[in-house]
Design a protein around this ligand. Structure first.
Ligand code: F6R
Length: 264
């Protein structure tokens, strides 16, 4: 597990975008796993800037988003569909038929629908690079505490904490969805490479548990310790609870010296 400490949220976005861009240049047909929320916004801004300034090409890439709220149609301004289109897809040259986001308006056989999402990931060849944020309760995707570490894409009940945290994205008084469709922890762990981003003091406790705590379904992100290629990119505030910060800096320096390919 690589821990990359950055001075600011802006630097986190820039570093994540640099890695996404370099994967895409190495393999224009990359399959990207994408996240919503406030944390990856800086990364999307940087990728849009790279698309405009250097012609970074998304036309052959495929994407799978982690999750979507249950009950929200794609054109609902609070949906993750809307978020992805307004903050990213509409500003780069992603092919519409290569974008996949779980359908939150779906109201019938959820498990068949979720199995179909899993199949679509497999038929695209699996996810090459998965981008994640982390919740204050340690969730990745909407895998709330006590999700099975082997879970697959499914309908998941949101915790009150997550509902409260995400209220800020909804108009005052609006009903907040109580469930979501989310990739499972097992689905996420199948990705070839994982980048997890965290910024701000409110994430310090969950970041520390994810990186230095025991692997536990109480902190979904701790399951990432089982994956051989995970990079945490975090700012100073989110790194606050880590006890081994100096060692992580040293690992990064030595990685630059001996195995720089791990950082591209
Ligand atoms: C979003 C997602 C969530 C968020 C997490 C952090 O697609 O799956 O796990 O990454 O809730 O959200 P922010 O970045 O808004 O703090």
């Amino acid at each position: 597990m690589l821990v990359v400490l950055k001075e600011s949220a802006k630097e986190v976005g820039r570093e994540a975008a640099r890695i996404v861009a370099s994967s895409l240049r190495a393999n224009p047909k990359s399959v990207l796993g994408l996240a919503t929320g406030s944390t990856p916004l800086g990364m999307y801004e940087e990728l849009i800037a790279l698309h405009k300034s250097t012609g970074l090409d998304f036309s052959q890439a495929t994407s799978f988003n982690l999750d979507e709220y249950l009950g929200l149609a794609p054109d609902d301004p609070q949906s993750f569909h809307y978020f992805m289109h307004s903050n990213f897809f509409s500003k780069v040259n992603f092919a519409a038929d290569k974008i996949h986001i779980p359908d939150g308006a779906f109201r019938k056989d959820y498990s068949a629908y979720c199995e179909q999402y899993e199949r679509a990931i497999r038929s695209a060849g699996g996810i090459d690079l998965q981008i994640l944020g982390i919740g204050r309760n340690g969730h990745i995707g909407f895998n709330e505490p006590n999700s099975s570490l082997a879970s697959r894409t499914r309908l998941k009940e949101l915790t009150q904490e997550t509902i409260e945290d995400n209220k800020r994205f909804f108009p005052q008084g609006a009903e907040i969805p109580e469930c979501a469709i989310t990739m499972g922890i097992g689905t996420i762990l199948d990705a070839r490479r994982i980048l997890i981003l965290a910024t701000g003091k409110s994430k310090a406790a969950s970041v520390a548990k994810a990186i230095e705590g025991p692997i536990s379904s109480s902190v979904s992100a701790s399951a990432l310790q089982l994956h051989p290629d995970v990079t945490f990119i975090i700012d100073e505030d989110a790194a606050y609870g880590l006890t081994q910060r100096d060692y992580y800096r040293r690992v990064l320096e030595l990685t630059k010296k001996y195995t720089p390919e791990k950082l591209t």
